[in-house]
Design a protein around this ligand. Structure first.
Ligand SMILES: [Mg+2]
Length: 364
């Protein structure tokens, strides 16, 4: 075959492989053989692509997806076996079926050589048209089924991806909703609703484990005056500042809540009166002696807090009783001049607080 022949064939191929028809590559160094093969396959609704050399077959198989290759065994330069080997070495062609077409008799060695190079079948020259068409039909059907499966797989993958995205979007929305239900939007602390729920739970747990529990109620002093003087936005800023301090000075097991307005509650499981008082006093000092709060380039006046403490089991055995007792202690702290801690009075002075709960509680 002349170089002119080869160039002409390749050009023809490129325009034809754009169709949705199944493509079959036929490779032979003899143009007459190529034309005979093409004629035999004429009525099969296939896109027949011709290559006049091993190299040309390699180039075409790189660029296009063929359902089948009919490969002449004897060719100058790259013969059919070497060409087959190199075609199948490319990942996308690793399963491409290749039928070796040969005039050489079907000896054992010959067949082995073909299989080693990746061939899946043989045809002997002169080619029997009926045999050729049957084989081509089978491989083209397989190819179409594979293509269909691939399409469905990719559609399924797309669907899966969409579903995963949808699920994670919903999970995120659900988490957001759950967060909103139990959190105070301004400070991000737990809200009163969550406190009421979790306090009962913590009380039951403490009773079961026979340990004490402290409830500290904290209130910003003169906050109404502050809001009236500096505005509610500055007031919100201070509340956010206070809640940040509460979080920063909490242990993992503590529950910090915004109870309402400028009032906060800290639940300290496993904490007795000594540690509770120390923790409350630490908070008071941190607020009183901490850096002055700067809001919109303005330094705000010093903020102080009053704190009331109530304990399980000394000041009540339910959430309501503990909150009421802590509130009363807080009221007393306000009455005594503010910026101080008051521990609710023990009704029976004989009661000695449990010691073991104090030892384990770290200083905040
Ligand atoms: Mg030949």
């Amino acid at each position: 075959m002349t170089a002119a022949h080869q160039i002409k064939m390749t050009t023809k191929v490129k325009s034809r492989t754009d169709t949705s028809q199944v493509s079959v590559l036929i490779v032979d160094d003899d143009l007459i053989n190529l034309l005979i093969l093409e004629k035999m396959l004429k009525n099969m609704d296939l896109n027949i692509v011709k290559a006049g050399s091993g190299q040309e077959a390699l180039d075409l198989s790189d660029k296009h997806d063929f359902a089948l290759v009919l490969m002449d065994a004897q060719m100058p330069g790259l013969d059919g076996f070497e060409t087959s080997k190199q075609i199948r070495a490319v990942h996308k062609n690793k399963d491409l079926p290749i039928i070796i077409v040969s005039a050489v008799s079907k000896t054992k060695e010959f067949i082995l050589k073909g299989y080693e190079s990746g061939a899946v079948d043989y045809l002997l020259k002169p080619i029997d048209q009926f045999q050729l068409k049957s084989k081509v039909t089978v491989f083209c059907k397989l190819f179409e089924q594979k293509r269909l499966l691939e399409t469905r797989n990719s559609e399924l993958s797309q669907l899966n991806l969409q579903l995963s995205k949808e699920i994670s979007k919903r999970k995120k929305a659900e988490q957001e909703l759950r967060f909103q239900v139990i959190r105070d939007p301004l400070t991000g602390l737990f809200n009163r609703r969550y406190l009421e729920e979790s306090l009962e739970r913590e009380i039951s747990k403490a009773k079961r484990q026979k340990i004490s529990l402290a409830l500290i109620m904290l209130d910003a002093d003169h906050f109404k005056n502050f809001n009236d003087t500096y505005g509610h936005l500055a007031g919100d800023f201070v509340l956010k500042h206070l809640s940040d301090l509460l979080i920063k000075n909490s242990r993992r097991e503590d529950i910090a809540c915004r109870y309402g307005g400028e009032e906060f509650v800290l639940v300290l499981p496993g904490t007795g009166p000594v540690v509770a008082r120390r923790r409350a006093e630490d908070l008071r000092i941190i607020v009183d002696q901490g850096d002055r709060i700067q809001y919109r380039k303005k330094i705000l006046p010093n903020i102080t807090v009053s704190l009331g403490i109530a304990l399980l089991p000394y000041h009540g055995s339910s959430a309501v009783e503990l909150i009421t007792a802590a509130d009363k202690a807080l009221y007393q702290a306000k009455g005594n001049g503010r910026n101080q801690v008051v521990l609710a009075e023990f009704e029976n002075s004989q009661i000695v607080p449990e010691k073991h709960t104090e030892e384990n509680a770290p200083s905040a």
